[in-house]
Design a protein around this ligand. Sequence first.
Ligand SMILES: O=C(O)c1cc(=O)[nH]c(=O)n1[C@@H]1O[C@H](COP(=O)(O)O)[C@@H](O)[C@H]1O
Length: 212
Amino acid sequence: MVCKAKDLAVRLFDVGVVRLGDIEEKIGRRTPFYFDLRIIVSHPNIMMAIAEELQILASEIDHDILCGVPYAALPFATVMSINTNTPMIMKRKETKLYGTKKIIEGVFEKNQNCLLVEDVVTSGSTLVETSQILRNEGLSVTNAVVVLDREQGGASVLKANGVHLTSIFTISELVKILRDAGRINDETVETVIAHIKKYQFGMKDNFEQISL
Ligand SMILES: O=C(O)c1cc(=O)[nH]c(=O)n1[C@@H]1O[C@H](COP(=O)(O)O)[C@@H](O)[C@H]1O
């Protein structure tokens, strides 16, 4: 892990991206550590730093187009798109019920390589669903870059669905950086690591997401 990413982790903590306690996740389970990047629109310098780290990951991956997953990742994907002059599309959270009735906004061509940009991966279900929708529209989706991999099985769920995951941080790296920087204590690191080990996601034969 390079210094810039470590510095980014501490800046994210200091502006309140990390919430410690007993917080509800997307699927309804509780977590002692929640990473909320939605507040980053209020911190343009940090948003730029995140986009630059994601760009480093993206530069190793062959892609024609970016797809930001709403809502948290849309600002980073937009900054990456502008910085690298790479076109971007957006997958709507819901299909538009009037006018164009589109699920994807933006212009693309069939068989273009689309790189997914996301904030956090837990079970991987959001990115699996997004990749399936984009593939149904004729795009090729083989990679995703994210800020945080919570190491709860999402990477293997994605791999089983043909998507390779690359992250700026894994959660175990992140908590260790924050401990070494004096932001959290050993007990919190142990609580978070125990939580991610206990709550893992996997795949049934029919690719339905299950909690182990
Ligand atoms: O709900 C979560 O699992 C979650 C945990 C967390 O620390 N931060 C966070 O933002 N999330 C949300 O969870 C989504 C990914 O969850 P999965 O679809 O289970 O991979 C992200 O897009 C976020 O909306």
